[in-house]
Design a protein around this ligand. Structure first.
Ligand SMILES: [Zn+2]
Length: 219
């Protein structure tokens, strides 16, 4: 067989390295490389730059990918956790410190003024908010009654940050005008969530009132 020109062999080298040549071409190139040093050097050089085994490529890529993914997940998890923790901290901060003030006769006293107004006097140091309802007509044990509900809550009243959270914080022992005694049959003190009773029906009026304290009743 006539000897093939080096330039032809070198043209074929990339294909040879990639292994996409026919068996005949393969043995031709192989044979030539055994005898020609120039082409052999060319081949060795080209092989190093071209030859990245498919498997290694994949492994390298997936390794990088995995590492990046892990990094990304750590970042995502980190920020999610931070958000949850922050939310929880704020949530518990507010809910731990904003809680209904339990009824005691030392702290609260009902009073009826001369013109029939019912007034609740609070003797505590401070409170955050007051919650009360207008007279509500409810059926309790088969009887129609007009009742009014009220409670105070407190927060971190003595902390400097409390002004920040609650602008309506007041110093206590301020009389709270409830309703005129003509308009109600009874007044209850204690935490209430009217949605639970009226909308969600998760609680009956009887259950709610049982958890509260009767502080005034028409005689
Ligand atoms: Zn050659």
């Amino acid at each position: 067989m006539k000897e093939i020109k080096c330039s032809v062999i070198q043209d074929l080298l990339p294909l040879y390295i990639d292994g996409v040549v026919s068996d005949d071409t393969k043995s031709l190139v192989k044979e030539h490389l055994l005898t020609c040093e120039i082409c052999r050097n060319e081949y060795e050089q080209m092989k190093e730059t071209l030859y990245v085994p498919i498997e290694n490529k994949a492994t390298l890529f997936s390794k990088l990918n995995k590492r990046w993914n892990r990094k990304k997940w750590v970042l995502i998890l980190g920020s999610v956790l931070t958000t949850i923790l922050l939310g929880f901290a704020v949530f518990s901060f507010i809910f731990y410190y904003a809680k209904p003030i339990p009824y005691t006769t030392d702290l609260f006293q009902m009073e009826e003024t001369a013109d029939g107004m019912l007034v609740l006097n609070y003797f505590g140091e401070s409170h955050a908010g007051t919650y009360m309802t207008h007279p509500i007509e409810v059926e309790i044990d088969g009887e129609q009654k007009k009742i009014s509900l009220v409670y105070y809550d407190e927060t971190i009243a003595h902390s400097p940050t409390s002004n920040f959270l609650l602008e309506d914080k007041r110093i206590g022992s301020e009389p709270l005008q409830l309703v005129n005694s003509d308009t109600v049959d009874a007044i209850y003190y204690g935490y209430f969530d009217l949605d639970k009773v009226t909308k969600e029906k998760a609680q009956t009026w009887e259950e709610l009132l049982e958890s509260m304290t009767l502080i005034w009743e028409r005689e």
